[in-house]
Design a protein around this ligand. Structure first.
Ligand code: MN
Length: 287
């Protein structure tokens, strides 16, 4: 039988944190309550009308052993890195950056009127690929397939597949799905997810009902909240009186040891110390 709906196991209220040179963020993964959802290591939501909350940005900093995925809803982040990429990530764009052995980059939100809004997700790399050559996929909003269903449900497919429509982000080890889903009032959305894969939903507009098909298992989730799902075959979400917009993210767990220190996530403490030594010695960027 392929018909088991996934239950909501945990609902996470984001924590307010300061990161970079002083950027105010809402963090749901990489907190005391939720260290990770293997293979996902961190999830940040930035959203503010006040440039003071983000203007200091994230000046040049290193990463090793992970992928960072930036998805912008509103506003612009300028970036540049040690493998020669530079440019801007605007509304609806995605940057899927694989740090591998080491990248240095700057991520600087640009001041603007109105809201600066987006997300950053960290995806783990398996031990055998942590020291891979860095790489970078820059996806513009126009490259992202958008499904507009007759019932008003709207799905932007960033990674993974919905009804034969594939997202533009490919060749990622975690076999990820990354969808931006909007459900109008009284609408519903179901999506199959491979058994054993980790899944979370991040509600960032409105509220929706998530979980299994019986009332006692359903949960009403209002923005901003992250829902962690248990195992099963599919995810179901419903909008009642209000519309709901959320990210639906899934991936294949690595089941490896995780040792993290700031922007480095490796398997062992020795590997973290090596990253710090490489930074001191000027041998951090290898490619
Ligand atoms: Mn970064």
């Amino acid at each position: 039988m392929n018909h088991q709906s996934r239950k909501v196991l945990q609902v996470i209220e984001p924590q307010s944190v300061m990161e970079g040179a002083g950027v105010r963020l809402k963090r749901s993964i990489a907190t005391r309550k939720l260290d990770n959802i293997d293979p996902f290591l961190l999830f940040d939501h930035f959203g503010s009308n006040n440039p003071d909350d983000y203007i200091k940005g994230f000046p040049m900093h290193p990463h090793r052993g992970i992928e960072t995925v930036t998805y912008m809803i509103e506003g612009v982040v300028n970036h540049k890195d040690s493998i020669g990429n530079s440019g801007s990530i605007g509304a609806g764009d995605v940057q899927w950056m694989t740090s591998g052995s080491g990248i240095m980059h700057a991520e600087m939100p640009q001041p603007q009127k109105g809201e600066m809004k987006g997300f950053q997700l960290w995806v783990n790399l398996p031990a055998k690929l942590k020291m891979m050559k860095p790489r970078y996929q820059n996806i513009t909003s126009e490259q992202i397939s958008e499904i507009r269903r007759e019932d008003g449900v709207n799905i932007r497919v960033i990674a993974g597949e919905v009804n034969g429509v594939h997202g533009p982000v490919t060749d990622i080890v975690a076999d990820p799905t990354y969808l931006d889903v909007t459900i109008p009032p009284d609408g519903s959305f179901s999506h199959p997810v491979k058994r054993g894969h980790a899944v979370f939903a991040y509600v960032f507009e409105g509220e929706g009902i998530f979980g299994a098909n019986s009332e006692e298992q359903e949960k009403i989730i209002s923005q901003p909240r992250l829902a962690v799902f248990g195992d099963g075959d599919y995810i179901k979400a419903i909008a009642a009186i209000n519309p709901v917009r959320f990210l639906l993210v899934s991936g294949k767990p690595l089941n490896e040891s995780i040792t993290r220190y700031g922007p480095f996530v490796m398997n062992t403490q020795e590997e973290i110390e090596q990253a710090l030594a490489d930074l001191r010695n000027g041998t951090f960027v290898k490619n």
